[in-house]
Design a protein around this ligand. Structure first.
Ligand code: ATP
Ligand code: MG
Length: 320
């Protein structure tokens, strides 16, 4: 069983959709279980109401994109179970192990007022994985160290207290296109980017999408060509167009004789790709009953799946 999470650290953007969510929704997608990891969105200063609404939005986008509702849940709906398991795993983890995490060093480095949860969130991530009994976790390079920690904690718990947890393996995710920021094509597009000018959000109105694409940074040439190293801006547009159209960037370069024509084609392709997702997401958000139902059922299934592991772990470690 495979599990993947996505943190509502911002509004879902085109790169999340083309690179991940559209794959998740496809037949034989990379995981069996997808969750909105809202608890992971609290490790730095956050706005509670904003987090809550981004969580609903992310869940709605996952469903609207075609991921089967029975594969989806929201992490905080399991806050009690995950809180308990995180504590057990923290009692299985050394301080040094957590402090060695590269992500922690990068994000905490030199700052004051760093939340303790920024240090311990990889242990919560271990709880996410181990509670559900996942044996494979599709993750990018930046999360591999956290899966290594998860493996170490699962093994240590099993050998110290008794066999409870499957030891999961990190597997390379099936990735789609890598989408770059339209205003700064040296950076990837991110939902948590501070400047949204170059970020197309899944819920942006079509005219706003067109405007952002029209203003995309290119270069001093006039005829499109695919050369990601030297011409990252125009190559990004070609990649986006290819991902939306099921073609290749080189084919698209041949098809469009000017930057203006290319941008117009990219804008229409993106608007049309996002249209059904956007419309369905807005419908789901307008009538929360359906989403509430999905959340409740998802939470019940996820809690059931983990119940025996959590109660065994509590008993074996000497509690309950
Ligand atoms: P953050 O800024 O919080 O890191 P993000 O937009 O980078 O947000 P992640 O939560 O890090 O998104 O990643 C969610 C999924 O989306 C991952 O599978 C990741 O590989 C994919 N993804 C994120 N950004 C892009 C992008 N620009 N192009 C393609 N895939 C992306
Ligand atoms: Mg990211």
């Amino acid at each position: 069983m495979r599990i993947s999470g996505i943190t509502p650290s911002g509004h879902p953007q085109l790169g999340n959709y083309l690179g991940a969510i559209s794959r998740w929704a496809a037949e034989g997608g990379p995981s069996d279980l997808y969750f909105v990891s809202d608890l992971h969105g609290m490790t730095t200063t956050h706005n509670p109401a904003g987090l809550r609404s981004r969580t609903s939005e992310m869940l709605a986008v996952l469903i609207a994109s075609g991921i089967a509702p029975e594969r989806v849940f929201v992490q905080s709906d399991l806050a009690r179970e995950l809180g308990a398991l995180t504590w057990i795993l923290e009692c299985t983890c050394s301080y040094g192990e957590a402090a060695r995490m590269i992500q922690f060093k990068e994000k905490a480095g030199g700052r004051s007022g760093v939340r303790l949860s920024l240090l311990t969130y990889p242990v919560l991530m271990a709880a996410d994985i181990l509670l559900q009994g996942a044996d494979e976790v599709p993750v990018g390079e930046d999360q591999q160290q956290h899966v290594e920690l998860t493996r170490a904690l699962a093994r240590r718990f099993n050998s110290t207290y008794g066999e409870v947890f499957a030891v999961p393996e990190a597997v390379l995710p099936l990735t789609g296109a890598r989408v770059r920021d339209l205003a700064d094509p040296t950076r990837k597009m991110s939902k948590s980017a501070r400047d949204a000018a170059g970020v197309v959000f899944v819920l942006d109105e079509p005219d706003l999408v067109r405007r952002k694409i029209r203003r995309a940074v290119t270069d001093a040439e006039t005829v499109p060509a695919y050369d990601p190293e030297r011409r990252p801006g125009v190559s990004n547009l070609l990649e986006i167009l290819a991902a939306c159209s099921g073609t290749t960037p080189r084919e698209e370069a041949e098809r469009h004789g000017s930057y203006g024509a290319l941008k117009a084609a990219v804008a229409e392709a993106v608007v049309e790709t996002l249209r059904p997702i956007r419309e369905r997401t807005l419908e789901l958000l307008a009538d929360p009953a359906e989403l509430e139902q999905v959340r409740k059922a998802g939470a019940a299934r996820a809690a059931d799946r983990g119940e025996h592991r959590l109660s065994s772990a509590l008993r074996l470690i000497g509690a309950g």
